[in-house]
Design a protein around this ligand. Sequence first.
Ligand code: ATP
Length: 214
Amino acid sequence: MTVLEGRDLVVRAGGRAVLDGVSVAAASGRLLAVVGPSGSGKTTLLSALAGMLVPDAGAVLLDGAPLTGSDEERRRCGFVLQGHALLPVLDAGENVEVALRGRGVPAERARELAAAALDRVGLGGREGRLVERLSGGQQQRVALARALAPSPDLLLLDEPTSELDAATRDHVVGVLLEEAARGALVVVATHDEEVARHCDDRVDVRDGRLRAAA
Ligand SMILES: Nc1ncnc2c1ncn2[C@@H]1O[C@H](COP(=O)(O)OP(=O)(O)OP(=O)(O)O)[C@@H](O)[C@H]1O
């Protein structure tokens, strides 16, 4: 059982607290939605939980121990960040393979796993397409495939469906539920109530604080 916990997180930026004492816990086998409108603090919370942003106060604990930023921690975690951070001059398959090769997966196996991950997100057969030639929604799904492909213990996803039409969004939410069902801990930041509705748990963020669910 994996537990990721943010305790009393405070993040200050631009002269104010953009996270102001937020506590949240996510567990393996469950899909947690972090819900809130634009600017409410979702990205900041996810970045802190991912260990990419050190909070000004509070702590992030993985299985009860503070994050250390170790390679082992990074290997256990898959991310989808806003902006996707794909390599535009590589093709879709290569972008996914990079994450696998970085975890020591041999080249041929990485190719197979990348193709399978792209297929899961509805991009089967598009491995050879240059990322810079893909639509925003397709790029978003390549980023998701890259996060999923190594079967990480934790998946932290910032608005992974924001550029998708309703049918594709629903398909992707189904994939996230499958990931939780295989035992992954999945946190998804979203402003989309349709996404939140399918999640096991939710927290609502407003102006950097948690509030009771809408
Ligand atoms: N480095 C920074 N300097 C100043 N203000 C910041 C900084 N980072 C974030 N903020 C502000 O903190 C607030 C929360 O930002 P955050 O990106 O976490 O919100 P969000 O809920 O993810 O919004 P969106 O869905 O639009 O990405 C916003 O008002 C943002 O302008």
